[in-house]
Design a protein around this ligand. Structure first.
Ligand code: NDP
Ligand code: MG
Length: 376
């Protein structure tokens, strides 16, 4: 039985993880779950899985939860999450927090040799150099949950990264893939939230519309697979059936495909290296009888090239890319800014940024706070 901790169990990835566990209840013991505001759902998950601890990171919600008769030890805040990672001897931590807030749990897991199933790509984007150093020093393991990285990880099984020519990340292109820049510029958040293939949290849905999500994933892939960004290519594949590909030096391409369903990469990460059976709908070739590929429209979606730019600059630049995006997406969701203000502001902030050489975790947190204060 695997002992598991789930951070962000109330979110899109969190609830799909719960669903995967439900399908194979005897194989897992849920030790702790965390949520921010959705205490009703936390309570329901608690009744079903009987975790030992429930951590709530929003103070008001925590106080409300105390009156609700939770059948678990209720804890408040990030420090308690970090304590549980350090002390509870879990077999696997699933980090499905959204945004930069996921950084410290990722760091704590790799430092304490806790196997990390990572959905929270932002933590690798902002601090990949620190996180991966801890992975190498402590022999820790990160198993990708992001579907593209899971696909690459699966396509690399048995082969060494030295035999790889390039990684090819597929992108759906998002809901505005075929629109003109003019049309896109007036699109509101509720339209951007309608993703053609995936039902995801609000932040990543906007990131998919701007293609910043693919930018974040290029940086995530650089760190996870130890490959230079020049050898990471992005191809738009609107059907989201081929989840990503590895091109080897002998010209062979190995890809992973399947229905767009995050429960598969979650299940794979939770059970790696085993491929356990799971009751998910099977792929129907006749439903997807045309797979197409396009170049990303780099002019209409400048978020992609800004990611390459920031990772090539290195040091503190990816933190600027990541945090400025997070703050701007927050404003866009509240209809305070327009669609292109997101990537225009990222570009401006990258241009004006004064490099912090080899930033520490403390430097990254301070820079993140400074940006939030100034742009928030
Ligand atoms: P959601 O917004 O659906 O869920 C986020 C989770 O984090 C919720 O449990 C939420 O709690 C919690 N949370 C929100 N704010 C805070 C905070 N300040 N402190 C602590 N916890 C907080 O996000 P997703 O599940 O879509 O995404 C999670 C991560 O997975 C992201 O990094 C995303 O990029 C990545 N990912 C997501 C995919 C998807 O299909 N959704 C695909 C690939 C990667 P509550 O709801 O209780 O308020
Ligand atoms: Mg992805």
């Amino acid at each position: 039985m695997k002992k598991i901790g789930i951070l962000g169990s109330t979110g899109s990835i969190g609830t799909q993880t719960i669903d995967v566990i439900k399908k194979d209840k005897e194989s897992y013991k849920v030790i702790f779950i965390s949520g921010h505001r959705n205490i009703e759902l936390l309570n329901k998950q608690c009744l079903e899985f009987n975790p030992e601890y429930v951590v709530i990171t929003d103070y008001e919600s925590y106080n409300k939860a105390k009156t609700m008769n939770f059948d678990a030890t209720l804890l408040y805040g990030m420090d308690e999450i970090l304590n549980l990672i350090n002390k509870e001897r879990i077999d696997i931590l699933l980090n499905a927090l959204v945004g930069n807030i996921g950084l410290l749990p990722t760091y704590a897991a790799v430092k304490n040799n806790v196997t990390l199933a990572l959905a929270n790509k932002e933590s690798l984007v902002t601090a990949g150099h620190i996180v991966m150093k801890e992975v190498y020093n402590n022999n820790s393991v990160i198993l990708p949950v992001d579907s593209e990285h899971s696909a690459i990880f699966q396509s690399l099984q048995g082969d060494d990264i030295s035999s790889v020519e390039k990684l090819i990340l597929t992108a759906s292109g998002g809901p505005f893939r075929t629109l003109s820049k003019n049309e896109i510029s007036n699109k509101k958040a509720y339209e951007a939230l309608k993703h053609p293939n995936w039902d995801m949290g609000r932040k990543i849905s906007i990131d998919s519309a701007t293609l910043v999500n693919k930018g974040l994933e290029v940086i995530e892939a650089k760190w996870l697979f130890d490959i230079v960004p020049e050898n990471i290519e992005v191809v738009v594949h609107p059907q989201s059936v081929i989840h990503s590909l590895v091109q080897y030096k002998d010209s062979s391409i190995i890809a992973q495909m399947g229905r767009p369903d995050m429960r598969l990469p979650i299940h794979y990460a939770l059970n790696y290296p085993d491929r356990k059976p799971i009751n998910l709908e099977r792929f129907d070739f006749m439903k997807f009888n045309q797979l197409t590929f396009e170049e990303p429209r780099r002019d209409a979606f400048p978020g992609l090239d800004l990611a390459y730019h920031s990772i090539k600059k290195g040091d503190s630049f990816p933190t600027i890319y990541n945090t400025v995006n997070e703050v701007m997406v927050h404003h866009y969701l509240r209809e305070k800014i327009k669609f292109y203000d997101i990537t225009d502001t990222i570009e401006k902030e990258l241009m004006n940024h004064r490099r912090i050489i080899n930033p520490t975790i403390e430097d990254i947190i301070a820079l993140d706070e400074e940006i939030r204060k100034r742009l928030g």
